[in-house]
Every structure is written in structure tokens, then in C-alpha cells.
Design a binder for this molecule. Structure first.
Ligand code: C5P
Length: 208
């Protein structure tokens, strides 16, 4: 059976860093599924669409013109649009096959997102649910954005993180929730190296 690792968790919990490190450690390809939602959001943003309009969001699902290397995918505005349009079942349906096919490839895979362990790869060999307190996540996001030269305030970022948590966990379509068989990893008190080591140890123990 190919090794499939599902990594879910809220924004800025460290799940992306952990998923990339797991992929390196186990020699597996990695997909950041948040980028797919961000790509739809960027499309919508560029053609002046309204994230509150489901039809416009669905029209933005053709990703043929989006480069996944585009720096704007990581911007706050695109993240905020992504968190809105990801609530639409029709948008999620458009992105489903791409993620399921990636998870089903013969050599195995690591995917990170919000619904990997629950919807995309419910049969994954190992599932991690990565969390940290909203304050810790806001501090990390602030450091990341400040390092990129952006002038942002802690309170704004914390409010945005809380709003995003609420939207991700409160939506009806594939809400952010820990899968019953997922291992919880709270990174609030851990630095990057410790979080990665803890994730690898959890997965290895689970597989042995
Ligand atoms: O993880 P990231 O912040 O890049 O994701 C952007 C947005 O995409 C999230 O706020 C979330 O609402 C949505 N998303 C999702 N399901 C996933 C991955 C991301 O709904 N599997």
C-alpha cells in the first residue's frame, strides 16, 4: 500500500512546513491544497469578481492561466478571498479530482489542507491535525509578513486568523475538523525544528 500522509489544520499552524518536511523525510511528492483555493481566489480577484457571489467564484475555477509560482498567491487579500470562496460546494467540487488523483498516485503522497483526512484521503496511512493557539499563529504570520516587508499589525492579523478559523470550521461543506483517527500535534510551544521532529516521530510510531 502506498504511503499517504494527510496533514490538516488551521491557518499558520505550521502544517505546510510540517507537510513539506514529511515529504522530504519519506521521499514523497507534496501538494499544498490551499494553493488551489488561492489560485481560484487570485483568478477572481484579477477579473474583479466578488467573493460573495458563488457563480463568479465558480467561473474563476478554470486554473489554466494561473502560475503556482505567482507570489501574489500568498498575499493576505488572496488568502482572505480563498477562505470565502472555499465555502462554496461547487468550488470544492471543481478542485476535488485534482487532489484525489494526487493522493492516489502509485508512489504515495503528502497533502496538506483542511479536509485531507476527512474528504480527500479518508483512507490515508497517517493523519496529523496540526494546531497552535490563535495568538501564536498570529505572531508567526506577523513575523512572516514583516520579513516580506509588509507593514501589518498584530491585532489585525489576530482578528483575521480568528475570522478565518470561524469560516473554515463553521462552513457546511468540508469544514475544518480533526478526523477521528488523526493524531493531534499542538505546535504552540515548539519551534520549527521541534515541530518537524515531533511530526516525523508521530508518523513513524503510527506506521510501525
Ligand atoms: O492553507 P491556506 O491558508 O493556504 O488556505 C487558503 C484557504 O483555502 C483557507 O482559508 C481555507 O478556507 C481554504 N482551504 C480549504 N480546504 C483545503 C485547503 C484550503 O478550504 N484543503
Amino acid at each position: 500500500m502506498p504511503l499517504v500522509i494527510a496533514v490538516d489544520g488551521p491557518a499558520a499552524s505550521g502544517k505546510g512546513t510540517i507537510a513539506r518536511a514529511l515529504a522530504r523525510h519519506f521521499g514523497l511528492p507534496h501538494m499544498d491544497t490551499g494553493l488551489l483555493y488561492r489560485a481560484v481566489a487570485l483568478n477572481l480577484f484579477r477579473f474583479g469578481g466578488d467573493p460573495a457571489n458563488e457563480l463568479e467564484a465558480v467561473r474563476a475555477c478554470d486554473l489554466s492561466a494561473v502560475s503556482f509560482e505567482d507570489d501574489e498567491l500568498r498575499s493576505e487579500i488572496v488568502g482572505s478571498y480563498a477562505s470565502r470562496i472555499s465555502a462554496y460546494p461547487a468550488v470544492r467540487a471543481h478542485l476535488l479530482d485534482r487532489q484525489r488523483n494526487f493522493a492516489a498516485q502509485a508512489g504515495g503522497a503528502v497533502l496538506d489542507g483542511r479536509d485531507i483526512g476527512t474528504v480527500i484521503a479518508p483512507g490515508a496511512s497517517a493523519k496529523l491535525f496540526v494546531t497552535a493557539t490563535p495568538e501564536v499563529r498570529a505572531r508567526r504570520r506577523l513575523a512572516e509578513l514583516t520579513a516580506r516587508g509588509m507593514n501589518v499589525h498584530f491585532d489585525e492579523i489576530l482578528a483575521d486568523i480568528r475570522a478565518r478559523d470561524e469560516r473554515d470550521a463553521g462552513r457546511e461543506a468540508a469544514p475544518l475538523v480533526q478526523a477521528e483517527d488523526a493524531m493531534l500535534l499542538d505546535t504552540s510551544e515548539l519551534d520549527v525544528a521541534q515541530a518537524i521532529a515531533a511530526a516525523i516521530a508521530l508518523v513513524e510510531r503510527h506506521l510501525s
